[in-house]
Design a protein around this ligand. Structure first.
Ligand code: PLP
Length: 315
């Protein structure tokens, strides 16, 4: 892809150059943040000359659930959305990693804040995305002064564009204060998640992570890590309320997300986590994860949808 705008996108039923996939300034979602989206990574496997989309079906299933919460009509079944994504990528034939972004949005050109009686649209495009957090040797985090949105405010289990104002406030505060990432607490003061990642602690050889009730996005990378830890390393995960200071004394901490992958946390609120770099369990999980996403672990090949040889999506 020489220029990102030269790549193919899909808008309301048609493939077109990304440069032409534009929306009107009056669009409801642009004015009010009323859209749901996903981020799906595609990993290029040089040896196999294949591009693998990681857990695409799970992403589209989550998108359908987000749509239900935001009263949006899903633009198709997860299977149909898989096929559109594969077709879009085949048109351009990328031989490198990609980041795919589907959005279902309130498309009416109308003033008025509501969810009902508003039309829905669908757009799909892809971009290049390198490391989301540059510091991969133990990123430096702070506890944010911004609290995570509550299920009765904007439900965090839905990946709603408007929620990302909460994330952006926290992320910018962290970066402008010299940190790499923010960790947000719930209104009750328990650990929720990073601005764009779930968080894991390793305590006494077990994984501990905030429960679904802690206003987290139910991460697909989170679910993958829980499975890899259990099956490949015999390490269980406890999903529960987590106190802020538990992070300070954990043996290891890492964050997970499609964009952030598995990012080790080296420091929180100016206190070193463990030895301050990447811990041994985090390193093992990272190694397994990067094999899995390129379809190099046969037991997890069903997580990877090949773009160039199969039109049958996996989950
Ligand atoms: C707020 C938030 N939490 C967690 C995650 C991780 O979710 P996933 O692993 O499905 O990408 C993301 C990324 O999408 C996110 O934006």
């Amino acid at each position: 892809m020489s220029s990102p705008l030269a790549s193919t996108a899909y808008l309301n039923g048609k493939f077109m150059p990304l440069a032409e996939a534009n929306i009107n300034v009056m669009t409801h979602a642009f004015n009010y943040g009323t859209a749901c989206f996903e981020g799906i990574r595609g990993y290029w496997n040089e040896g196999r000359q294949q591009l693998y989309l990681f857990r695409m079906r799970d992403h589209y299933e989550r998108l359908v659930k987000s749509c239900r919460i935001l009263s949006l009509e899903p633009p198709g079944t997860p299977e149909e959305l898989n096929q559109i994504t594969i077709e879009m990528l085949r048109q351009d034939n990328p031989h490198h990693d990609v980041y795919v972004r589907p959005l279902v949005y309130k498309s009416s050109l109308a003033i008025g804040v509501r969810l009902h009686n508003v039309d829905d649209g669908f757009v799909l495009f892809y971009a290049l995305l390198g490391k989301y957090i540059d510091n991969q040797s133990g990123c430096r985090c702070c506890t944010s002064t911004y609290r995570r949105v509550d299920d009765n405010g904007i439900p965090a289990r839905a990946k709603i564009t408007g929620i990302y104002v909460n994330s952006a406030l926290a992320k910018s505060e962290a970066e402008l204060n010299g940190f790499d990432e923010a960790i947000m607490l719930t209104h009750e003061g328990h650990v929720s998640e990073g601005s764009g990642e779930n968080i894991f602690l390793i305590i006494d050889g077990q994984l501990v992570t905030p429960a679904p009730s802690e206003n987290i996005l139910m991460g697909i990378t989170r679910a993958s890590v829980i499975k890899l830890a259990r099956r490949e390393l015999g390490i269980g995960t406890i999903e529960r309320q987590v106190d802020r200071t538990e992070m300070y004394i954990a043996d290891e901490v890492f964050m997970t997300g499609t964009a952030a992958e598995i990012t080790p946390v080296g420091e929180i609120d100016r206190r070193a986590v463990g030895a301050g770099g990447i811990g041994p369990i985090t390193a093992k999980l990272q190694e397994l994860f990067f094999q899995a996403v390129k379809s190099e672990l046969p037991a997890y090949a069903h997580w990877c949808t090949p773009v160039y040889q199969s039109v049958t999506a996996s989950r």
